[in-house]
Design a binder for this molecule. Structure first.
Ligand code: FAQ
Length: 320
């Protein structure tokens, strides 16, 4: 496998020996340029996903069916915003600033999770997002809590705790609806039918077609492959669906008693490719919303800069 070209081979060997010993890499430690770049790519995409991920659920805050549901949803969406800011800070420890990261999102250079390009059509979607989307995120992020880059690993530990609440509130919405009237039951089943396959796509392409996996696994950024995590998610989720009498839209789903895996049908990778290339159902709408928020917030950034300049001038005066 090819490793970064410009790196000092002795330093690289020391770096890899540290990883071998299970040490974490901290911001001021030496790291190969490619490791830094991979982390910036992955962490920034993760941060962007949290921020763009506020949109599909935020869409339902004004229409939540009770005050309690509204408060929970408000808190959840706010948590996702917090996760985004937290991961942006972690990414900045790699020597890139927030402005550049945001620019990469707004110009389409950086990706965000495919899942947030699907519409939230009914209240049941809010339950299903908490259950399946946060559920998938937890499986992925529990693995990332052991990633080799210290700031990212620590962020994941904290974030996973909140994601667990998100998942529970989503599963609770689904449980209530699944036990409800025939119309509520049909609504939640329809939401599962629409979100199931996109949730499986969240884990990324299959191992054989995942260009970044080999390097990320070698440097212990990822500790498990996309397919292994996807399988874990399916194994965890199918019994949860059965417990509340819901099904997933997969005629090929079978339990293999030997491997103890729920084997699932073929994923539509053409759909995945279309979504990550900007042609999913809501890509344009999501990016337009982010661009508008960025433009509307320009005055806040300007005010903060003016305030910082004033403070700096004042401390210079005091020092003189
Ligand atoms: N969507 O070589 P690989 C959340 C891209 S959780 C879009 O396999 P890698 C919580 C990939 O970037 C969601 N693009 O890539 C929440 C690469 O393109 P590039 C966020 C995808 O990095 C819940 C290309 O395909 N979580 O937000 C996707 O080894 C509810 C080839 O793929 C994270 O980001 C995808 N699904 O593995 C918030 C976790 N999959 O960059 C609000 C951190 C792949 O070369 C509400 N990230 N691509 O142009 C990861 O674990 C990894 O980066 C993967 C992809 C697993 C996403």
């Amino acid at each position: 496998m090819t490793v970064s070209t410009a790196d000092d081979p002795i330093k690289l060997a020391e770096f890899e020996a540290r990883l071998e010993r299970g040490e974490t890499i901290e911001p001021k430690d030496w790291m190969p340029e490619k490791y830094r770049k991979q982390l910036i790519r992955m962490m920034s995409q993760h941060a962007h996903s949290e921020i763009v991920g506020m949109l599909p659920e935020g869409n339902w805050i004004t229409r939540a069916p009770s005050l309690r549901r509204k408060m929970v949803l408000l808190a959840k969406v706010q948590d996702e915003g917090g996760h985004g800011l937290y991961i942006y800070c972690g990414t900045e420890t790699l020597g890139i600033d927030r402005e550049e990261l945001v620019e990469q999102l707004l110009t389409g250079k950086a990706k965000y999770s495919s899942i947030f390009n699907y519409p939230t059509l009914t209240w049941a979607d809010i339950g299903v997002i908490g259950w399946l989307v946060d559920g998938a995120a937890i499986v992925n992020q529990t693995m990332l809590a052991k990633t080799s880059y210290g700031p990212y690993a620590r962020a994941m530990i904290r974030i996973c705790k909140e994601e667990n609440f998100h998942k529970r509130q989503g599963y609770e919405i689904c449980t209530v609806m699944a036990k409800g009237t025939p119309a509520q039951r049909a609504m939640v089943q329809d939401a599962v039918n629409r979100w199931w396959w996109p949730s499986l796509m969240m884990f990324g392409p299959s191992d054989g077609t995942s260009p970044n996996s080999a390097e990320l696994l070698r440097w212990r950024v990822k500790r498990e492959t996309n397919d292994a995590l996807r399988q874990r998610f399916v194994n965890l989720t199918i019994p949860q669906a059965q417990a509340i009498g819901l099904t997933v839209p997969d005629p090929d789903l079978r339990y293999n008693a030997e491997t103890e895996n729920w084997e699932f049908g073929a994923i539509d990778w053409a759909e995945f490719q279309a979504v990550i290339s900007g042609n999913g159902p809501c890509n344009r709408e999501r990016m337009a919303a982010r661009r508008k928020a960025h433009d509307d917030g320009a005055w806040v950034r300007e005010a903060a800069e003016a305030h910082a300049a004033k403070q700096a001038a004042r401390s210079r005066e005091h020092a003189a």
